[in-house]
Ligand binder design. Structure first.
Ligand code: ADP
Length: 261
């Protein structure tokens, strides 16, 4: 009887251990798969501009007596592709650096959020102007918070840039700032093309774009929102979006006024 008892206990424990090994393996595989996917995405994204450059250069080389205008046109295309490659590398480096340093390396200081937002809007106003998009900022109060100024500025710039990029000619972008006793809230609302419900969760994924062609045309890398989300999370904050296709999108960022390390 005692023997049976022991055997049954050992059996039970062995099963538990085997179950937990299986769960761990599954988790490891998932991590591995997402890493593999990331690496394959990175290589694909980095290769695309290079392939275009190669095709453009090869066709120039293969042409006899090509007119100067054609040279100019192709070289300017090549230059655009180089710029694109640079942007992808910059975005990737920003992401990878943040992966490595996690939350510990935030350069936190007391920052006036109103001023930070005004500066972002001032910088982006010319781009909005080109498409006749009205860009406004409304603040309910003066907000000072413990943030990493450079990183937060990058995170919020990405949102405003997107609101301009994925907008209609003559549309609007409204940035608002509010706070309560614990958090400040930045809303970036636009009158743009919107994001249909099925894609809303995925827009924060690295390299994910709803419309590849449009994103490419506007110089997108598909990394902007993943960078923004990472920075917001590093600040112990949260980000969400509301959107309706064809009507517009609102991103809301919530960040604690005080940073607890
Ligand atoms: P990208 O470099 O392509 O802009 P992001 O990571 O910033 O990459 O955004 C991912 C995708 O989410 C975009 O390609 C676009 O399809 C969608 N998106 C982001 N912001 C908006 C917005 N304000 N309105 C509509 N679509 C948006």
């Amino acid at each position: 009887n005692i023997d049976e008892d022991i055997i049954s206990r050992v059996y039970k424990e062995t099963r538990q251990i085997s179950d937990s090994i299986n769960t761990t393996l599954k988790k490891l595989k998932a991590v591995d798969k997402s890493r593999e996917e990331f690496v394959s995405n990175v290589s694909h994204e980095l290769k695309t501009p290079i392939t275009s450059i190669r095709v453009l250069a090869d066709s120039l080389i293969g042409m006899e007596d090509a007119p100067v205008e054609l040279y100019r046109e192709f070289l300017s295309d090549i230059s655009e592709e180089i710029e694109r490659e640079n942007k992808i590398i910059d975005d990737l480096l920003a992401l990878v650096r943040m992966d490595k340093t996690a939350g510990a390396n935030l350069n936190v200081a007391q920052v006036k959020i109103n001023g930070l937002l005004e500066l972002i809007l001032k910088r982006l106003r010319p781009i909005a102007g080109k498409r006749n998009i009205e860009l406004t900022f409304e603040s309910m109060r003066e907000v000072t918070a413990d943030v990493d100024e450079m990183k937060l500025s990058l995170a919020l710039s990405n949102l405003v840039e997107n609101a301009i990029k994925y907008n209609i000619e003559g549309g609007w972008v409204r940035v608002t700032l509010d706070a309560d006793h614990k958090f400040f809230y930045v809303k970036v609302a636009d009158s743009g093309i919107g994001i249909s419900e099925e894609f809303q969760e995925r827009v924060f994924d690295r390299f994910y774009r709803v419309d590849k062609a449009r994103s490419r045309e506007t110089g997108g890398t598909g990394l902007g929102l993943s960078i923004t989300k990472k920075i917001v999370l590093m600040h112990q904050g949260a980000i969400k979006l509301q959107s309706k296709e064809g009507e517009g999108t609102t991103f809301t960022v919530r960040i604690p006024l005080t940073y607890i390390s």
